[in-house]
Every structure is written in C-alpha cells, then in structure tokens.
Design a protein around this ligand. Structure first.
Ligand code: GLN
Length: 224
C-alpha cells in the first residue's frame, strides 16, 4: 500500500504570494517519485492544528494586510509550532511566514504585527526602499536562484542561535546590510525567496529527504 505523507500549509488561502504554493507542489512531485502520496491540509482561520499530526509544515509569504488578518489567529498555535520546531521536525517559512517566527514585524504604515516569538529575530520597515528583484546566494546545499519582494528587514537578536540560510551573491536577503539570506534553526528554514524557491532542485531534494525521515518517525511512534 502507498504511504501518505501529511503536509500542513499554514493559511494557504491567505499566505501564498508569488508562487509560494508551488513549493508544496514541487515537494509532492518529488515525494511521489519516491513512492509516497501526499495530503496537503490548509490550516486556515479558526481551525484546529496539532503540528505533530504532520510530517512537514509550510508557511508562505503574504501581503501586510493578510499578515494582519493571520496574526491574531496564529497565536493559538504558538505552542505546537514551537514544540514542533524544537523537536527538529522540518518546516519551511517564506517571507511573511518567516517574519512570523520572530518577535514582530513593523510595517510601512507604522503598525506592529506580532509574531510567534519562537525564534530570536525581528523585522522592521525603513522608508528608503522595498527589496525587489532576482536573488542568488550560496547555501550548504549549493547555489540558490530566486526572487524577493519585501519591505520588511529582518535582523537576528541572537546570532549564536540562528544561522543564515545563505550568503548573498545578488540581491538583499534579510536586509541590505548583513549580506545574508534567511535563517536556519534545527530543521526549520526561513527565507525571503519566492519563485518558488524549491525550483532549486538541490534544496527541494534535501527537504524532501527530511520529510521522508520525519514521516518514518511519525509512523514508528504510531505503532508503539
Ligand atoms: N508583507 C511582508 C513585507 O513586505 C512580506 C512580504 C511577502 O511575504 N512577500 O515585508
């Protein structure tokens, strides 16, 4: 019998800018190649969510308006997402989803959108520029080419705890000053890359492998 991998897409109907839902489609394709079916659940406003029911959690990007709609609802899931991340389970967060892992996001209109406050980072707006364009950067899985479009600048509050996802060759990444793209903590990746990012097969295959590992662990626990 074919095994089914379960993916949670947080607020798929609201957080899906610039082709981010393509990331989940690419993963489903790669997992199918390895003999697994996938179910993708949209965890939207008001729904129940236990991260440990899933093998992978995905959080896409969003406009400021959608982020302000999602923020209050998201707080309900803080503990399960925190426990999931700390348990070394795989998660990919893009742009607005990445910003939500931190303390807050200060928008261009001066609003402060609260984050989950799980990881030591914060995001602010500065009047001079929106960061838009093609990006290229080096990661531990090789070079990544993608696209960014954000006004938030992300800064790490604990540089020992968080590792950058990549080192910039072209584009801005986290902010115009650091030369760094995104964040890695345990098995969680945060990134400003759309495109979708997983058109970069090197990263997509590495994440697909982590998802299969996570699935096997979840199944082994169920049997006990
Ligand atoms: N709204 C956020 C910003 O502009 C995130 C953008 C995005 O997710 N594409 O920084």
């Amino acid at each position: 019998m074919t095994e089914t991998i379960k993916i949670a897409y947080l607020y798929e109907d609201l957080m899906n800018t610039y082709g981010d839902s393509g990331d989940v489609k690419i993963l489903s394709f790669l997992l199918k190649e390895q003999g697994y079916d996938t179910i993708v659940d949209n965890i939207s406003l008001g729904m129940k969510f236990n991260a440990f029911d899933y093998d992978f959690v995905f959080f896409g990007g969003g406009q400021d308006f959608e982020q302000s709609v999602v923020a209050p609802d998201l707080q309900r899931h803080r503990q399960t997402i925190k426990d999931y991340i700390e348990a070394d389970k795989p998660m990919l967060c893009i742009c607005g989803g990445y910003q939500f892992l931190g303390k807050y996001y200060e928008t261009s209109s001066g609003d402060t959108i609260p984050g989950l406050n799980i990881l030591p980072l914060h995001t602010i707006f500065k009047a001079d520029s929106r960061m838009i364009g093609d990006t290229e950067y080096k990661t531990k899985w090789g070079t990544v080419k993608a696209f960014e479009n954000h006004s938030g600048r992300t800064y790490f509050d604990d540089k020992d705890k968080l590792k950058p996802f990549g080192t910039m060759i072209q584009g801005y990444g986290n902010n115009p000053d650091s030369g760094q793209e995104g964040m890695r903590y345990k098995n969680t990746i945060g990134s400003y890359s759309h495109g979708p990012i997983l058109r970069n097969e090197n990263v997509a295959r590495a994440i697909a492998d982590e998802i299969i590992k996570s699935h096997k662990e979840r199944m082994a626990k169920k049997v006990k």
